[in-house]
Ligand binder design. Sequence first.
Ligand code: GRF
Length: 213
Amino acid sequence: MRAKPARVAILISGTGSNMDAILRARDGINADFVGVISSKPGVEGLHKAEAHGVPTAVIDASAFAVRRDFDDAVADQLEAWGAELIVLAGFMRILGADFVRRFENRVINVHPSLLPLYRGGTAVEDALADGAKETGCTIHVVVEDVDAGPVIIQRPVPIEAGDTRDTLHRRIQAVEHELYPEAVQRICAGEIHLDSLGDDQPGVTALAGTPSG
Ligand code: GRF
């Protein structure tokens, strides 16, 4: 167990249901949640963060003509908060190579598929269109290539007859809401080391493939 709580920031762009799930679990996580950044003003997730008493900042992506300037503004806010772990939770912007290098092995994301299957923004529809029997969700480290970083934890979700994008995404999200807090908790406890994924980490393999409800 890490003695000192990890300083954790969460980045959102919308509903913030994953952020909410993590903050609801915060009593069991050895972390200080130092702030939430939204790339969009006025989103529901900001109200949820405020209700949890976590500082918020809006860095409106649409106000930046150059992506690099947006990335720098986000990075500067994260550094001002002293963030050690950066949790992307429905953050709808792709962070550039310089940002990723600046925070190497400190940024994690949730994706609604069993990566490396169905990378990209249409993962749920792609699994359906493929006629797959199951899909799932993955917590992974963010690297320069989108949805291509090392897997931290993933869990399958069965696809049911008659599923639509919405019904399937809702079931995937219910699993995300269990998996993401668990991943953050284990990282902050020092059980999972983001810079040595791929080496033998017993906790990681034990979680992979756990059936979902
Ligand atoms: C999640 O389903 C996640 O897989 C995807 O975006 C969604 C965000 O939802 N990356 P929320 O903002 O956490 O409610």
